[in-house]
Structures are given as C-alpha cells and as structure tokens.
Design a protein around this ligand. Sequence first.
Ligand SMILES: [Ca+2]
Length: 87
Amino acid sequence: MRSLTKTLVAASMAAAMFAAPMAFAQETLDADRFVKMCDQDKDGMVSKAEVMKMVEKMYDKHDTKKAGKLDKKQVEAFLKDLMKGGS
Ligand SMILES: [Ca+2]
C-alpha cells in the first residue's frame, strides 16, 4: 500500500512537471499572436522596428512609476503581457 502511494505521488509529480513547461511553451510561443500584435503595416512580417515599438509600448505600460526601469515583478507581468499579445 505504501509503495502504491509512493508511485501515485511520483506519477502526479511527473505529470505536474510535464504540464508546467507545456503550458509555458503554449503561452510563450504563440508566434501568430505575436506577429498580429506587432505587425503594424500588415505585411505579415515583423520588422525590427515593429517589435521595438511594441516592446517599448508594453514596457511603458508596466513601468507604472515611469522610472525607466522594471523590478522583477514588473518584468514578470511585462513578459506575460508581451507573450499573450498585450490584452
Ligand atoms: Ca510588418
């Protein structure tokens, strides 16, 4: 009985470890969304200028104190926002 519990715990831990990066990848690698969000001239491509402009806009949004810098918590929100398309 003890070993069964151990197995179950191990299995659920493995599942959690597997699920976390999957969710992360889905959230972070949504290229379609990222392109749509950045692509201002609608040519289906993301130019460096388009990315920089979008990042800057997002950065300013999270730089709530207008300090010109973000702390770790703000960076976290900034990155999340950036990857999910700014909504
Ligand atoms: Ca473009």
